[in-house]
Design a protein around this ligand. Structure first.
Ligand SMILES: Nc1ncnc2c1ncn2[C@@H]1O[C@H](COP(=O)(O)OP(=O)(O)OP(=O)(O)O)[C@@H](O)[C@H]1O
Length: 252
């Protein structure tokens, strides 16, 4: 399998905090076009690995490749330009704007058009049409004119995902997309991520095993900063060492 089969690849990745290795010597491959989950008990190093791959943190050793090119030294903005987009941090929802305005803002930003006031949208009819399509796709047509700040927590997370997808990322990186959501919103966001995964590469860090089992074709299990196991849900969930890693840990 060639390097270019991977949307993202890490080689010998390390992140040390004052002598403590949160991530130690990790070799990781994110296959292009796949939905891949990183799981593991609390403190395993999932968030640190995610922050390294999304360029939020710099590694203390090792290298990161995107489409086979060394991107170790690039920052988040340069990665976003390459179509590698992290959700739920980058795509802030503006609570003083309506749902539609939030989507229009994201679409204008993606098109590289400066956005200062909404009158500008009328100059770009394609933006209005794409906002309508996103509203329909995300089941938010009825909320279009509601202020984002007045949405429930779950609907806000749906809007965040919609604004991220407005950027049409090639690689979508999601940090605990289900955190704090009720069952209904989990079902909706699971469906939306599955749809978003068509023609894209998706990496998610997620504690909810039902969601991981439903979405991820490949799963990486981390433990004490290292990769403990990799494979399908069936493969990793039946391994005694993976079960032992979770013993005594409460996970949703
Ligand atoms: N900025 C930091 N400074 C010092 N130690 C850190 C820092 N960030 C993370 N760590 C440590 O690195 C280890 C891995 O943390 P990390 O947040 O990556 O784990 P995690 O698997 O995401 O855990 P959780 O599931 O609880 O979010 C933990 O022991 C944590 O205390």
């Amino acid at each position: 399998m060639g390097t270019s089969d991977y949307a993202l690849e890490a080689k010998g990745l390390c992140r040390e905090f004052g002598g403590f290795f949160a991530v130690r010597n990790v070799d990781f491959q994110l296959m292009r076009g796949s939905i891949h989950a990183v799981i593991g008990p609390n403190g395993a190093g999932k968030t640190t690995l995610f922050n390294l791959l999304t360029k939020y943190l710099a590694p203390t050793a090792g290298a990161i490749f995107h489409d086979g090119e060394d991107v170790t030294r690039l920052g988040m903005a340069a990665m976003a330009q390459r179509g590698v987009v992290r959700s739920f941090q980058i795509s802030a929802v503006f609570s003083g704007l309506s749902v539609r305005q939030n989507l229009e803002l994201a679409l204008l930003r993606d098109a590289g058009i400066a956005w200062s006031f909404l009158g500008r949208v009328s100059n770009h009819p394609e933006v209005g049409a794409r906002a309508d399509a996103l509203l329909r796709q995300f089941g938010m047509t009825e909320d279009a004119d509601s202020l984002a700040g007045n949405l429930s927590y779950g609907r806000k997370r749906v809007l965040e995902l919609a604004t991220t997808l407005a950027l049409d990322p090639k690689v979508l990186l999601l940090d605990e997309p289900m955190a704090g959501l009720g069952r209904e919103d989990i079902g909706r966001i699971t469906t939306l991520i599955r749809e978003a995964g068509k023609g894209r590469t998706v990496l998610l860090v997620e504690h909810n095993m039902k969601v991981v089992a439903e979405l991820a074709a490949r799963i990486t299990v981390m433990m004490r900063g290292e990769i403990l196991a990799e494979g399908s849900y069936e493969e990793v969930s039946t391994r005694p060492d993976v079960m032992a890693a979770y013993t005594g840990q409460a996970h949703g």
